[in-house]
Design a protein around this ligand. Structure first.
Ligand code: CTP
Length: 394
């Protein structure tokens, strides 16, 4: 499988002699499995015909800022939401200047303004243009805003001169694209994540819940999505938004989470059980608000089912990962849960630490398997999520 399997990339072609090499760039990206579309500036079309790129990409080439799609949608806006990255090749001095100024007066620049991330620029131009202070300044501005620049190479140029200004080799460009987009090693895998606390009602006003915010589970869903997985997130009340591109199944109680799991688990390849499920629920839910009165109140709680245990039989092929939030004897307690719940591994953390556990953006976890354990350093929850996914893939 190509390293860019299923990645959505637009190649933005500028008007320079190297425009013909955009064809090779498109081919090289496709060979890695990417879905490629092309956009051209008017001057690019003076060098090569859109037809060539249309035939190669099997898609209309975006040529005009005013063009509308079949449903009268605005093309450059729609494409901006479709693409994960735009590779501008060749990026001429003029195109770089217009991108740096935030202009949107052609198909390539208007699309660049509609993308979530800054483009990957592959400049190609005469050495004097490349070293010109205005070009340097514009590239500096673009880099500052997050653009990646694949520097041109040295060699003979169309003008007959020689120097730095040749478009980087397609293989170099592909390398940089792979690096920019990160691994897509969970392509089309179905990853089911649970996140957040559950809430158990006492009456119409009050609930029993816990301190989970859902950040770790959301980070896992986002990381799996970025690596190409089809992600479903079953979540209790969250304090953070559900990431784009993830199917959300909001629930409130542990029993609702169980019902959602029973539906989703049979088709999952991976289950990441990050939710902090309430172990108990009130034996009775009062229909009306409970009134204060006595100095002491006794609540009767009944145990909720253990969701990992009670869904264990539903999908023997699924890689099941659990989490253990502990306040003492972290390793010992987590290892017991690993065995009891029949997990591939368990991610244990000491939630009594200020920089790990509930509500914060960092975590310090230990990954415990039947045959050993790994202590990871303090990391962002996003980095922890990727570390967990790396181990799922192993
Ligand atoms: N879990 C579950 N069902 C529950 C409680 C927890 O599936 N009713 C899952 C959690 O999502 C987590 C793992 O089991 O992946 C461990 O949860 P944790 O709360 O640490 O442990 P418990 O099994 O609830 O045990 P204890 O409360 O005694 O620590």
């Amino acid at each position: 499988m190509g390293r860019l399997q299923g990645r959505r990339i637009v190649v933005g072609v500028g008007g320079g002699i190297a425009a013909y090499k955009a064809v090779e760039v498109v081919r090289a990206l496709q060979q890695e499995g990417a879905e490629v579309r092309a956009a051209m500036t008017p001057s690019a079309m003076a060098f090569i015909q859109p037809l060539t790129l249309e035939a190669l990409t099997r898609c209309t080439v975006l040529q005009d800022v005013m063009s509308l799609g079949p449903d009268k949608t605005i093309d450059h806006v729609e494409w901006g939401h479709w693409a994960e990255l735009m590779v501008v090749a060749p990026a001429t001095a003029d195109l770089i200047a217009r991108l740096a100024a935030g202009m949107g007066n052609d198909a390539v620049t208007s699309l660049a303004l509609c993308l979530e991330r800054m483009p990957l620029l592959c400049p190609a131009m005469e050495p004097r243009m490349w070293s010109h202070p205005m070009t340097r300044r514009n590239l500096h501005t673009l880099r500052d805003a997050g653009a990646i620049v694949v520097d041109p190479e040295e060699g003979p140029l169309a003008s007959g001169r020689s120097g730095v200004g040749r478009l980087a080799a397609p293989a170099t460009i592909v390398e940089r694209v792979c690096h920019a987009l990160g691994p897509h090693d969970l392509h089309a895998k179905r990853v089911l994540v649970t996140a957040g606390p559950t809430q158990e009602a006492l009456d119409p006003v009050r609930v029993i819940t816990n301190r989970s915010t859902g950040k770790m589970g959301v980070a896992l869903a986002e990381a799996a999505r970025a690596r190409g997985a089809v992600v479903t997130l079953i979540h209790g009340p969250l304090t953070v938004p559900v990431p784009a591109g993830v199917v959300a199944r909001p629930v409130t109680t542990a029993l609702q989470m169980l019902a959602a799991l029973e539906e989703e688990l049979p088709r999952a390849d991976v289950l990441l059980m990050a939710a902090a499920v309430s172990d108990w629920r009130p034996a009775e839910v009062a229909e009306q608000k409970r009134k204060k009165g006595a100095d002491q109140e006794t609540l009767t709680l009944v145990a909720n089912p253990d969701l990992l245990m009670s869904t264990r039989h539903l999908n023997p092929h699924c890689v099941r990962v659990g989490f253990a939030a502990e306040t003492e004897k972290v390793g010992e307690h987590a290892r017991q849960k690993l065995e009891r719940k029949g997990l591939k591994f368990i991610v244990a953390n000491d939630v009594s630490q200020a920089d790990a556990g509930f509500g914060v953006d960092t975590n310090r976890v230990t990954i415990i398997r039947a045959d050993g354990e790994e202590h990871l350093p303090l990391m962002t929850k996003t980095a922890v999520a990727h570390a967990i996914l790396d181990r799922v893939l192993r």
